[in-house]
Design a protein around this ligand. Structure first.
Ligand SMILES: Nc1nc2c([nH]c(=O)n2[C@H]2C[C@H](O)[C@@H](COP(=O)(O)OP(=O)(O)OP(=O)(O)O)O2)c(=O)[nH]1
Length: 145
């Protein structure tokens, strides 16, 4: 019997993309992609692909430094894993902003700090929508600091 359709692709075969839900003063940072063309204009969580052998928390810190010029601390991985392009999966991490003011240095044309009631104000990439719902629940449960 061909079970291939019923068998999910093992996560081991996927490249993990880490996204950072950076919470600060009751808001979360959203970033509008500037490339590639089919993703440009869509909003996402800053982050990127894990390098071989790299821990997710380390990739998160590295990507936020490269893309935004800030230092973050990876707090914890949020529940869920969302398929992206074939072969890629998005993992989301809660992160604290330790140092710096985020700037769109790489891959993004605009950044916005969104309050919970503003999460629906930007055009998220479709594949991020369920992750945004997880962040909305996190923000509802997190006292604004
Ligand atoms: N960072 C990030 N990428 C996302 C999200 N949602 C989503 O579909 N993606 C896609 C966009 C890209 O195809 C891929 C991540 O690639 P990237 O270009 O950000 O990764 P990277 O910084 O490691 O880039 P590179 O070295 O390959 O240039 O995942 C998201 O919320 N955050």
């Amino acid at each position: 019997m061909d079970r291939s359709e019923a068998t999910p692709q093992p996560e081991d075969d996927l490249v993990i993309v880490v996204g950072a839900a950076i919470l600060h003063a009751g808001r979360v940072l959203a970033a509008r992609r500037s490339a590639p063309p089919h993703l440009a204009g869509g909003w996402e969580f800053p982050g990127g692909k894990l390098e071989p052998g790299e821990a997710e928390a380390d990739a998160l810190v590295r990507e936020c430094h490269e893309e935004l010029g800030v230092t973050v601390r990876a707090v914890r991985r949020l529940p869920g894993a969302w398929p992206l392009n074939p072969g890629y999966v998005l993992h989301l991490w809660q992160a604290d902003l330790l140092d710096g003011e985020p700037r769109p240095l790489e891959d993004h044309s605009e950044l916005r700090w969104l309050a919970p009631h503003e999460l629906g104000d930007v055009a998220w990439l479709p594949q991020d929508r369920d992750a945004v719902a997880v962040v909305a629940r996190l923000m509802a449960a997190t006292p604004a600091g």
